[in-house]
Design a protein around this ligand. Structure first.
Ligand SMILES: Cc1cc2nc3c(=O)[nH]c(=O)nc-3n(C[C@H](O)[C@H](O)[C@H](O)COP(=O)(O)OP(=O)(O)OC[C@H]3O[C@@H](n4cnc5c(N)ncnc54)[C@H](O)[C@@H]3O)c2cc1C
Ligand code: SF4
Ligand code: SF4
Length: 1199
C-alpha cells in the first residue's frame, strides 16, 4: 500500500504554499488538484527544493505581499512563466468529475474553482494488488476522504523496471472492486475514488468512470506533451529535457508550454464527450458505476481469453445494494479533530501563538493513540509565521508515556518537546526546525542501559529538513533516511541508517545495522565504532569512510555530545566525553563523495568570488534583493553556496571539454580531491592530461576523480577530433580517423552518456542491431574494456566495420540530440573493438559441436559474412561463394581504404576462416556455377548478393567515353591498390563531375582528390538540406540535415569551396570529335509541393549552364540485385526489384532459399546488412533444427 501526500492537511505552510504556487495557475486551466508521486514528494521533503523556497521568499518578504496576492500576481502577470517554472513539480494532474463534465460539455476550461478550502482532503493511495476493495473499505471507515487506486501500468521517474513491469494489477480491477465494496457497505458517498496509472485517452477515462471512478489521474501523457521522453532520471536531477530537474542549466532546456497540456485536455475531453453522447449520458456522475455499458470482447480465436470471466468486474454495485448514495464525497467525514492532543496543546499555548506571551511550558501525558503529535500545532505556527517559526523554546512541552506514530512530525521552529518514555515509528518525520528529546522513563532500574534498548521506532527523521533530535537509546531501522538538514544523535540504529540522506548531521553512538549510508549523497554521519564492526556494514557506493581528525569535526562533535548529555543524561555520551582524547579516535566519519566534491566546488567558487568582487557586492544568501523575477534570469536560481546542490557544474572548474580545459586549468589529483596546479603539469613537460597519465593506473585515478557521469552530458562537450587533419589526410590513403586521439578522450565521451531509462539510441530509430549502447558506454567509462567488448559482440559480429563506416543512426536518435550534440557512440564502439584486437581478446571461436547441416552463402559482403558467422556458430558447415577475387563485398571493393583499411577486413575474414567457414572466391553463382547445384548440395542457401545493379543516367551523350559508374571507378582503383594489375580509372589532372550527392559520391570525391584531380564538382538534384531538423523530421528520426562529410571538407580545404551544387539537373553530356566527354549541360530546378502535398520539380528558365569535365562518375544509387540467380531459379521479386520475403522474415519464394542484406532491403547500410545477416541466420537455424539459440535483435535469445 502506498500513501500519496499523507497528512497533507497538516503539512507546514511553507510547503503548502510552495505547492500552491505551482498548482494554482494550472487550476486556471480547469484542473483542481495535482498528484505528487511519492518519489518527488520525498525529494520535496528531502531537498527542500531550494528554488521553490527562493521563488516564494521573494514576493513574500520583499514585496510584503500575502499568499493571495502572490496567487493573483501569478495568475494575471505571468501565468505561463510560472507554469514553465513549475516544470519540476509537474508530475500529474487530476481531472475531477465536475471539471471534466464542464470541459466535455461546454468545451471551456473555466468553471468554478474551489478556492479558499479550509483544509486539504485526507487522501490515501492503494496500488492495485489483492483486495483493494476491502482495504478501501477500512480506509473509508477510518475517515479517508479520497482514495487513489493506482494500477500496475505506469510509474515513471525513479520506479525500478521490475516495479514498472511486475508490480500490481490493472486499475480496472481495483476500481471496480473498491466501488463495489464501498457501495455494499454504504461508504461510497464518503469518499472520492480516483483511478490512476497510465490513463491517457478519453476511452480510459470513460471506462474508469463506468467502473466507478470519480477522478482520473494523468501524469505520463501531460508530461509527454511537455517534452518528457521517459528518460526515467527524475530522481537524479539530470532530466535532459528539463522537465523534472532543479538544475538551472537543464531547466533551460525545457521546451514545453502550458498550452500543450491544455490542448491535450481539450482533445481528451472531446473524446470523452463523444463517448458519453454515444452512450446517452449527460453528466459524468451519470456514468459512474454504470458497468452495464461495458461488454467483454474476447479476442477471437484466443482460447485463453475466452476462458476469462469478467462478470464480477462488470457487476453493477447498485444491484448489490440498491438505492445507495454513490456520489463520491457527498457525505462529509467527521474527524473529531478537536479530540486530538494537539488541540489541547494549542489551547494551552494560545497566548504564545497569539503573540501575547513569549513562552509556555506544558506538561501532559501521551499514549500511542496520539498520532502525529505536534503536526497540527506546527501547521498553525507555519500559517502564522511561515517558515520563520517561533523564537527558540517558545513552546516547551514535556510528555510522559508512549508517543504514537509520527511523533513530532513536521515540528516547527520554536517548539521543543521532551518525551519521557518511548515512541513509535516515524518520530520527527519531516522535522521542520523543532527540537525533540526522547529519553527512557526516569524511574528505570539503575541496571537499565539505554544504549542496549530501542527507544524510538523505524524511519525516524524521515525527510527532516531542519531542527534537532536527541534520542537516548537506539532507533530502529532506516534512521535519518532522506534527512536533508536536521541534526540527530542516537545511541545506535538498525539497518539502512542514513539511507538517501542528502543533508544534516547524524551522530550514532553505537552499532548500526547493515546497508548504512546506501544512496547517501549529502550530510555527514559520525559513528562511534568502538567495537570496530561498523565498516563492513556500510554501503560504500557513494561514501568515503574517514577518521575524525579536523578541529572543525572534533569541535562539532564535542559540542553536540555535551548538549546531548545535558539534555538526555546519556551515560554513554558522558563516558565518551570524559575520555575524549582516546574515544574521539573511535569515531568514523561517513562522508558522501558527491558532497565532498560539492563542498570543494563551493569553496573554490567562494574563493573565486572573493577574489573577483569587492566585498560589498557579495549578495546576501547568494541572491540580490528583489531581482529574482525582474531580470528573469535563472542564473539567480543557483543554490546557496552552503547548500548541497551542485553549486556550479564541474565545468566551472574543469571547463566543458575536459581534455582541452585541463591543458590550461587546474586538475584534481587522486580521489582526495587535492588540487594540483598547472605548473606541476608543465614541470613534467606534459601537454595534456592523457600524456601525463598515459596508460597507467594514474590515468584512471585522475579520471575517476574528475569525471562526473551523472552530469557528463552537461559538463563535457562532444569531441570533434575524430578525424585527422583534413589537409594532411587528403595526401595519403590511410584511414581518416584519429584513432589515438579518439581513444584518449573516450572515457570523457562515455561519461556524456546518460544511461537512459529508455535508450533511444538502440530503439527502432537508432541502432539497427540494437547494440547495448548504454551498457558498453558505461563499461568504457568504468574502464572495463573486456566486459564492454563482450557486450558489443552479443549484438554485433563486426564492430570494427560499423565503428568505422556506420553513419550512426544511433547518434541521430540519442536523447542528447534533442537539444545538445549526441554521444559519440560510433567512436566508442570502434575503440572497444580495436582495443580488443590490440589486447588479443578477439580470437576464433570454433564451434564444439557440428550439426551435420550444410549451408551455402552467396555473396561475402557484410550480410553474407554475418550470416556465415552466425550459422557457423550454430554448428552448421558454411561455404561462402564470392564472384570477386577477394572476400568482403563492398567492404573490400566499394568503401575506400580511407574509410576502411582493407587489413581490417582481412583480419576478420581470417578469423572467420579459422572458425571453420570455407570461402570460395572467383565463382559467380548463376554463371560459373549453377545456383541449382548449390541448392542441391546444401540444406539451405542464403543469398547475400548486394544491390549492385547501378542506376544509369540515360540522357543524350551517355555513350561518350569518360562516363563511368561510381562503383567501376572505386572498385578498379581499390583492386589496383591491392596489387591487381588490371587497368583502373584515374582522375589525375581531370575535371571531375560526380553526379549524385550521397555517400558513394563522397567516396568518389575523396578518391578523385587523392588521385590528383584538377577540379571536382558534385551535382545533387535535390535542394540543400536545412542546417537543423525540419519540423517534418523530428527527433528521434534520422536527421536529414546538411552535413559536411570527409570528402567535402577535404575539397573545401584544397580549393576553398564545397564541391556540391544543389538543385541541378543534368540535361545532356557534351563531347569532342573523338567521342570523349567534355562537359555536362545542366539546368537548375525548383522544388515545390503540389495540391496533394507531393514534391514536384520545375526547371528554372534561363539557368542552363555547362560544366566542363573529362571524367563523369555516376553515383545515383542502385536498382537492386543483379539477375543471374534470380532468373535461373525464378525467385520472386518485390515491386522494387529486390528478393521478396514475407515481412520480418528472410525466406524467399523458393524453399530453403533465403535472402539478406541489400539484395533483400535495397541499397542500404553496413549495419543493416549485418543485422539482416544475423537475423536471417537465426531463421535458417530454426528452420533447419526446429529451434535456435542464435540471438535476435539486442542479443536477446528467444529460442
Ligand atoms: C561506394 C559505397 C560506399 C558505401 N559506404 C558506406 C558507408 O560508409 N557506410 C555504410 O554503412 N554503408 C556504405 N555503403 C553501403 C554498404 O556498403 C552496403 O549497404 C553493404 O555493403 C551491403 O552489404 P551486402 O552484404 O548486402 O552486399 P555487398 O556488400 O554488396 O556484398 C554483396 C556481395 O555479393 C557478391 N555477389 C553478388 N552476386 C553474386 C553471385 N552471383 N555470385 C557470387 N557472388 C555474388 C558481390 O560480389 C559482393 O561481394 C556504401 C556503398 C557503396 C557502394
Ligand atoms: S552499429 Fe552503427 S548504429 Fe549501431 S551503435 Fe554502432 S554506430 Fe551506432
Ligand atoms: S547514447 Fe543512448 S543511453 Fe546514452 S545518452 Fe544517448 S540515448 Fe541515452
Amino acid at each position: 500500500m502506498k500513501t500519496i501526500l499523507t497528512n497533507k492537511h497538516i503539512s507546514i505552510e511553507m510547503r503548502k504554499r510552495a505547492l500552491q504556487c505551482y498548482i494554482e495557475p494550472v487550476l486556471m486551466y480547469g484542473c483542481e488538484a495535482w498528484t505528487i508521486s511519492k518519489q518527488i514528494q520525498n525529494k520535496l521533503e528531502a531537498t527542500e527544493m531550494w528554488f521553490l523556497r527562493r521563488m516564494l521568499q521573494i514576493p513574500w518578504t520583499a514585496k510584503k505581499t500575502n499568499e493571495r496576492v502572490l496567487y493573483e500576481a501569478n495568475k494575471r502577470k505571468s501565468l505561463v512563466r510560472t507554469i514553465r517554472k513549475c516544470q519540476a513539480t509537474f508530475l500529474g494532474l487530476v481531472m475531477r468529475r465536475g471539471k471534466l463534465e464542464h470541459l466535455a460539455t461546454t468545451g471551456k476550461f473555466e468553471g468554478k474553482r474551489s478556492r479558499g478550502r479550509q483544509r486539504e482532503k485526507i487522501m490515501d493511495g492503494l496500488s492495485t494488488w489483492l483486495g483493494p476493495g476491502k482495504v478501501s473499505d477500512i480506509l473509508a471507515a477510518g475517515k479517508a476522504e479520497h482514495i487513489v487506486i493506482s494500477g500496475h501500468d505506469g510509474g515513471t521517474g525513479a520506479s525500478s523496471w521490475t516495479g514498472i513491469k511486475n508490480a500490481g494489477l490493472p486499475w480496472e480491477l481495483g476500481i471496480s472492486e473498491t466501488h463495489q465494496v464501498l457501495t455494499l457497505n454504504n461508504l461510497r458517498s464518503r469518499v472520492v475514488l480516483q483511478a490512476d496509472g497510465q490513463i491517457r485517452t478519453g476511452r480510459d477515462v470513460v471506462i474508469a468512470a463506468l467502473l466507478g471512478a470519480d477522478e482520473f489521474g494523468f501524469s505520463t501523457a501531460p508530461l509527454i506533451t511537455l517534452g518528457c521522453i521517459m528518460m526515467r532520471k527524475c530522481h537524479l536531477n539530470t532530466c535532459p529535457v528539463g522537465v523534472a530537474t532543479q538544475d538551472p542549466v537543464l531547466r533551460q532546456k525545457f521546451a514545453g508550454k502550458p498550452e500543450y497540456v491544455v490542448n491535450y485536455l481539450f482533445l481528451l475531453a472531446e473524446e470523452v464527450r463523444a463517448l458519453m453522447a454515444e452512450m446517452g449520458f449527460r453528466t459524468v456522475q451519470e456514468m459512474i458505476g454504470r458497468t452495464d455499458k461495458l461488454q467483454f470482447h474476447p479476442v477471437a480465436g484466443n482460447n485463453k481469453a475466452e476462458l476469462l470471466d469478467f462478470s464480477r468486474i462488470t457487476l453493477n454495485a447498485l444491484e448489490m445494494r440498491p438505492n445507495t448514495n454513490i456520489k463520491g464525497g457527498s457525505v462529509e467525514q467527521n474527524f473529531e479533530l478537536e479530540k486530538r492532543l494537539d488541540y489541547k496543546v494549542m489551547e494551552l499555548a494560545k497566548d504564545v501563538l497569539d503573540g501575547k506571551s513569549r513562552n509556555v511550558k506544558i506538561e501532559l501525558p501521551i499514549c500511542n493513540v496520539d498520532r502525529t503529535f505536534g503536526a497540527t500545532l506546527s501547521n498553525l505556527i507555519s500559517k502564522r509565521t511561515a517558515e520563520e517559526g517561533l523564537p527558540p523554546k517558545s513552546i516547551e512541552i514535556s510528555l510522559k508515556g508512549s508517543g504514537g506514530q509520527s511523533f513530532c512530525a513536521f515540528l516547527a521552529k520554536g517548539v521543543s518537546v521532551r518525551l519521557e518514555g518511548d515512541a513509535n515509528d516515524y518520530v520527527c518525520k519531516c522535522l521542520s526546525g523543532g527540537e525533540v528529546v526522547v529519553t527512557p522513563p526516569a524511574n528505570m532500574a539503575p541496571s537499565f542501559k539505554s544504549e542496549d534498548n530501542i527507544v524510538v521506532g523505524n524511519v525516524c527523521l524521515y525527510g527532516a529538513t531542519s531542527g534537532r533530535a536527541f534520542f537516548r537509546g537506539q532507533a530502529a531501522e532506516r534512521f535519518c533516511v532522506r534527512n536533508s538538514g536536521a541534526t540527530a544523535v542516537v545511541e545506535g540504529c538498525g539497518d539502512h541508517g542514513c539511507e538517501y540522506m542528502t543533508g544534516g548531521r547524524a551522530v550514532i553512538l553505537g552499532l548500526t545495522g547493515r546497508n548504512f549510508a546506501a544512496g547517501m549523497s549529502g550530510g555527514i554521519a559520525y559513528v562511534y565504532d568502538k567495537q570496530k564492526l561498523f565498516k563492513p556494514r556500510v554501503n560504500k557506493e557513494s561514501v568515503d569512510l574517514l577518521s575524525v581528525e579536523t578541529k572543525e569535526d572534533l569541535d562539532f562533535l564535542h559540542g553536540l555530545l555535551s548538549d546531548f548529555v545535558a539534555e538526555t543524561g546519556s551515560t554513554l555520551a558522558q563516558f565518551i566525553l570524559s575520555n575524549w582524547e582516546t574515544e574521539q579516535k573511535n569515531f568514523v566519519k561517513v562522508f558522501p563523495t558527491e558532497y565532498q566534491r560539492a563542498l570543494a566546488e563551493a569553496a573554490a567558487e567562494h574563493e573565486a568570488l572573493e577574489k573577483e568582487q569587492p566585498q560589498t557586492e557579495i549578495l546576501v544568501n547568494g541572491i540580490a534583493n528583489g531581482d529574482i523575477y525582474e531580470n528573469g534570469t535563472d542564473d539567480l536560481l543557483e543554490p546557496p553556496s552552503e547548500g548541497l546542490q551542485r553549486a556550479s557544474s564541474l565545468s566551472n572548474v574543469y571547463g566543458e571539454d575536459m581534455i582541452n580545459k585541463l591543458e590550461d586549468e587546474d586538475w584534481y589529483e587522486g580521489s582526495a580531491g587535492k588540487i594540483v596546479d598547472n605548473q606541476k603539469v608543465n614541470d613534467k613537460g606534459i601537454g595534456d592530461i592523457e600524456d601525463a597519465i598515459r596508460n597507467t593506473t594514474q590515468e584512471n585515478k585522475v579520471l575517476d576523480a574528475v569525471l562526473d557521469k551523472s552530469r557528463g552530458f552537461v559538463n563535457y562537450k562532444r569531441a570533434t577530433y575524430q578525424y585527422r587533419d583534413g589537409s594532411v589526410r587528403q595526401k595519403d590513403w590511410k584511414e581518416i580517423y584519429n584513432h589515438k586521439r579518439v581513444k584518449e578522450g573516450l572515457r570523457v565521451q562515455a561519461a556524456r552518456c546518460m544511461d537512459c531509462g529508455v535508450p533511444f539510441c538502440s530503439s527502432d530509430h537508432g541502432c539497427p542491431l540494437s547494440n547495448l549502447i548504454p551498457k558498453w558506454n558505461n563499461l568504457v567509462f568504468k574502464n572495463e574494456w573486456k566486459l564492454a567488448l563482450d557486450y558489443l559482440h552479443q549484438t554485433n559480429n563486426f564492430p570494427e566495420f560499423t565503428g568505422r563506416v556506420c553513419p550512426a543512426p544511433c547518434e541521430g536518435a540519442c536523447v542528447l540530440g534533442i537539444n545538445t550534440p549526441a554521444v559519440t557512440i560510433k567512436n566508442i564502439e570502434n575503440a572497444i573493438i580495436d582495443h580488443g584486437f590490440e589486447h588479443g581478446w578477439v580470437r576464433p571461436l570454433v564451434p564444439k559441436v557440428r550439426s551435420g547441416k550444410k549451408v551455402a552463402v552467396i555473396g561475402s559482403g557484410p550480410a553474407g559474412l554475418a550470416a556465415a558467422a552466425q550459422l557457423n556458430k550454430a554448428g552448421h558447415l558454411v561455404t561462402v561463394y564470392e564472384r570477386n577475387d577477394e572476400v568482403g563485398g563492398l567492404l573490400r571493393y566499394g568503401i575506400p581504404t580511407m574509410k576502411l583499411d582493407k587489413r581490417v577486413v582481412a583480419r576478420r575474414v581470417d578469423i572467420l576462416e579459422r572458425e571453420g567457414i570455407s570461402f570460395k572466391t572467383n565463382i559467380e553463382v548463376g554463371k560459373d556455377l549453377a545456383a541449382k547445384t548449390i541448392m542441391d548440395e546444401n540444406d539451405a542457401v542464403v543469398c547475400a548478393l548486394g544491390a549492385t545493379w547501378p542506376r544509369d543516367l540515360p540522357i543524350p551523350g551517355r555513350e561518350f567515353t569518360g562516363i563511368h559508374y561510381a562503383m567501376n571507378f572505386l572498385e578498379s582503383w581499390q583492386k589496383q591498390q591491392q596489387g591487381n594489375s588490371n587497368p583502373y580509372i584515374s582522375a589525375k589532372d581531370k575535371d571531375v563531375i560526380v553526379i549524385g550527392g550521397g555517400d558513394t559520391g563522397c567516396d568518389c570525391i575523396a578518391t578523385s582528390l587523392r588521385h590528383g584531380a584538377k577540379s571536382i564538382t558534385t551535382f545533387e538534384i535535390l535542394p540543400q538540406p536545412p542546417a537543423t531538423r525540419a519540423d517534418s523530421n523530428p527527433w528521434p528520426t534520422w536527421p536529414r540535415i546538411f552535413r559536411v562529410d570527409y570528402g567535402h571538407e577535404e575539397v573545401k580545404l584544397k580549393w576553398g569551396r564545397d564541391p556540391r551544387v544543389f538543385n541541378v539537373k543534368s540535361l545532356y553530356f557534351e563531347g569532342d570529335a573523338n567521342g570523349n566527354v567534355t562537359g555536362v549541360k545542366t539546368i537548375l530546378v525548383q522544388w515545390s509541393k503540389d495540391d496533394a502535398g507531393r514534391w514536384t520539380m520545375k526547371d528554372v528558365e534561363g539557368s542552363e549552364k555547362t560544366y566542363k569535365c573529362d571524367l563523369v562518375l555516376l553515383a545515383m544509387g542502385f536498382l537492386g540485385p543483379e539477375r543471374s540467380i534470380v532468373e535461373e531459379l525464378s525467385v520472386g521479386l518485390d515491386p522494387r526489384g529486390n528478393l521478396e520475403t514475407p515481412r520480418s522474415k528472410y525466406n524467399t519464394s523458393i524453399p530453403n532459399l533465403y535472402a539478406a542484406g541489400d539484395c533483400r532491403r535495397g541499397q542500404s547500410l553496413v549495419v543493416w546488412a549485418i543485422h539482416e545477416g544475423r537475423q536471417c541466420a537465426k531463421q535458417v537455424d530454426k528452420d533447419l533444427m526446429g529451434s535456435t539459440s542464435l540471438a535476435g535483435p539486442g542479443g536477446i535469445v528467444t529460442a
